[in-house]
Ligand binder design. Structure first.
Ligand code: TXA
Ligand code: MG
Length: 319
């Protein structure tokens, strides 16, 4: 695996690897992605192989701007409004796929819809501009396992499997993009994510756009019940940790308790940013301790807390 920086020379090197059909991990504002050129069957199939990802689970296509997205799909009025408000940023829009486009049908799992996103992260933007082609990129992890928000976690888990990594800071937001299906007249939430649910609801209400369905969240092919999982067992909503527990706290620190804290000030943004990296770290500690259960503090179920709890619940489901 080539270790690359965000210098012009290294980004050009990443472009070369990608153009030759390779897979390169790169930072985005949400989580690290595993990129491949989306127009190449060979490159896209390598992503599925590297991740051990089921073929029925389509990938998000990362583009530079709305104009580039519209080469591959048609937007409804609601999709345009959402893109105008939230792009570049942590929103993925699912739209009707245009016919005869060059994107590999493996990337869209043969569906007649396509998921597109314009990331705002500077390095992700720089890479897409240099490649001058849409990049297919799922989260950088083995399918079903914890997503990665730091380069170190990727090096540990994926270095044997991928061709390169572009180093960046810890991802700014820490949770994957919010996914909204705008491919019909309605708008359906497919995955909770970095944009709090209320923010989208308020925005669509303000634009007097009805028909937003966030009830029961219709599942994307990838929204498997158990997902985002560490190897260790996880127990949620643990208010009173004991001194020999391994604890993921939230809010004021409890003295004498081993573990990490998502946010001592109870800030949900900070907690979201730390979630996956803290779980990776605690998973390592748990292994050293012979497989100790990770106990997790209750997270308020409002704002970003709803998205954090979604990830925690899936992480805690038995595989
Ligand atoms: O923040 C993110 O979205 C990150 C960064 C790298 O951009 N990517 C990411 O990709 O989380 P991934 O593959 O881990 O999750 C993509 C989700 C999956 O649940 C997949 O099933 C869904 O998007 N998806 C993709 N295309 C779809 C489609 N046409 N219809 C329904 N769901 C789709
Ligand atoms: Mg993922």
């Amino acid at each position: 695996m080539k270790i690359l920086t965000d210098s012009n020379r290294d980004i050009a090197e990443a472009e070369k690897i990608l153009s030759a059909g390779g897979v390169v991990a790169f930072p985005t504002e949400t989580v690290y992605g595993l990129g491949a050129i989306s127009t190449s069957d060979k490159a896209v199939s390598k992503i599925f192989r590297v991740k051990n990802r089921p073929k029925f689970n389509p990938l998000i296509i990362h583009v530079e701007n709305t104009e580039m997205a519209l080469k591959f799909c048609s937007f409804s009025e609601k999709a345009f409004l959402l893109a105008e408000k939230f792009w570049p940023g942590p929103l993925t829009i699912i739209a009707k796929k245009k016919t005869n486009i060059k994107i590999s049908t493996l990337a869209t799992a043969g569906l007649d819809t396509i998921a597109v996103r314009v990331p705002r992260d500077r390095i992700a933007q720089k890479l897409i501009r240099c490649v001058r082609a849409p990049i297919a990129a799922p989260s950088a992890n083995i399918s079903g396992k914890l997503s990665c928000t730091t380069a170190d976690d990727i090096k540990e888990k994926l270095s044997e499997r991928i061709d390169g990594i572009i180093l960046g800071a810890q991802c700014e937001l820490g949770l994957e993009s919010t996914v909204i299906d705008c491919s019909s007249n309605a708008c359906n939430l497919m995955r909770l994510g970095s944009i709090p649910l209320e923010e989208i609801q308020d925005f669509l209400k303000e634009k007097e756009i009805g028909g937003f369905n966030s009830e029961g969240i219709i599942k994307s092919p990838g929204q498997l019940l158990s997902h985002y999982s560490p190897d260790s067992r996880i127990l949620l909503n643990q208010k009173f940790p004991k001194s020999d527990d391994l604890y993921l706290g939230f809010g004021p620190r409890k003295d004498g308790i081993r573990g990490l804290n998502l946010s001592e000030t109870g800030n949900l943004r900070e907690a979201a940013k730390n979630l996956f990296s803290h779980l990776h770290q605690l998973d390592r500690t748990s292994k050293k301790l012979g497989g100790k259960t990770i106990k997790v503090a209750p997270i308020p179920n409002k704002g970003l807390g709803i998205s954090i709890n979604d990830r925690l619940e899936r992480a805690s489901r038995l595989k």
